[in-house]
Ligand binder design. Sequence first.
Ligand code: SF4
Length: 264
Amino acid sequence: MPVVFKRPIGPVVSTITADQWLALPKSKRPSTVAFWKGEGLDGAPIVAILTGLVLKSSNRKTGEMAQSYIVRQDMSPMDASRLGLDVSVCGTCDLRQHLVAKILAETGERKAKCYVNVGWLTKMWTGWYTGQVVWMDPVEVGKLLAYLSLPLRQGAYGDPAAVPLSVWDAMDTVKGTSYSHQWKSIDIKKYAMASVKNLKEAQEAQSKGWRTYRVDVEQVGPQAGEIMCPAESKGVTCAACGLCNGTRGKSAKSIVIDPIGKFN
Ligand code: SF4
C-alpha cells in the first residue's frame, strides 16, 4: 500500500527571485530551490527541485553543475521506489531498483540498476516536504544560472520528460546535459539524449531525430556517428564537456558509454 501523508501537499515556505537570492549574504543563500510542481507521467503529483546553487555537486563525473531532481510530492523517493510508484517520475525505465530486485529474486539474474541513492534523495525530499525549500520560478532560475555560469543537469533523478518543455525552455540560459528514457513517447530531444541500451534502439531513436546515449551492453564499441564518452576516454567532466545536450548543440555525434567503464 502507498504511504499516504496527512499533511497538505507542497508546503513551500516562500518565493525568491534571482535578484533577491543574489542580494542575500553568501552564507544565507539557499543552495536548493523548488521550481515546478504538476502532474507526473502517470498523473500523480510531482515536484522538481534544483540543488547545487551554493554547495557544489560532489559528483566526480558531472563536475560542478546545478542538478535537478524530479520526485513525487506525496511520498518519499524511497517509498516510491520500493512500491514501484516511481513510474510517475521515471516512466517505464527498466533500471528502476524495484524491478531489478524483482528480477533478481525471481530468476537470480543480476541486471544493471539505477545508481541514484534514494536514501539521500529522501533527505532532500523531506526538506521540501517540511517546508524548508524555497520556491523560485523557472524564469528566475534561468536568470540565476546564467549569472552563476552554472551548467544545468536536467533529471539527475527522474526523467526530464516528466517536466513540461516550457519549463526547461524558461531555464535554457546555460549549457547542460539531459537524458530521457521516454524517447518513444515524449519529444524532449531538444534537450535530452535518448537513453538506449542497444544498437537497434539507437537506430530507432536516431531515425526519429534524437541523438542517443548508448550504454554499450553489446560491447560493440562506437559505431558510425558515435563517439565514446570523453569522461571515459579523456577524464573530462560533463560540466566541461557538455556533449549530452540533445539537439541544442553543434555536435551531431551520439555518445557511447562502457557499462563496465570507470563510471559504471
Ligand atoms: S559525453 Fe560529455 S556530457 Fe555526456 S556523459 Fe560523457 S562527459 Fe558527460
